[in-house]
Design a protein around this ligand. Sequence first.
Ligand SMILES: [Zn+2]
Ligand SMILES: [Zn+2]
Length: 173
Amino acid sequence: MLPLLLILNEIADGISEREWALPATAFESDDSEIEFSGQISVRAEVRRDPGFLSIQISAMGPIVCSCARCLEVIADQVQAESSMVFEEGKDQDPSNPVWRAEEGAIDLSGDVRDILVLELPSKPLCRADCRGLCIGCGANLNQGACACRTDETDPRWAALRALRGPSPEAPDA
Ligand SMILES: [Zn+2]
Ligand SMILES: [Zn+2]
């Protein structure tokens, strides 16, 4: 992963801004189902006070994944924001986010990746009312009814359904 560095010497007191545009390969995810693609834009608003850095990060970028119902490839976008405070000289305490003054820089890449990954859809859909695949023949039902569907409209099935009552909606809705 490419470093996303805030060089402390370059940060003036008060508020300043930094921007980066990184290739998606810098954010490759362990989640093989969803990949970042193209370019990730990162913006940081940095406020420097004596002994502290407060950072507001926003990041956005395109992703590619498959619809959880019909498996069509989806191009989507994720956007994430976070804020964090780094305190100078507390680098002995691992529970406290710190800036390591001796290194002269803060690497934000891990933080940016984490907040983006949190925003990845757990169950991406090509559209909210995606009809998914036919469990009988595998046809993509967004593209029209399949042969199995035609069978279901057979009056004998209709009579059977009437006996059973209304059929449940899509199981994973
Ligand atoms: Zn779909
Ligand atoms: Zn079918």
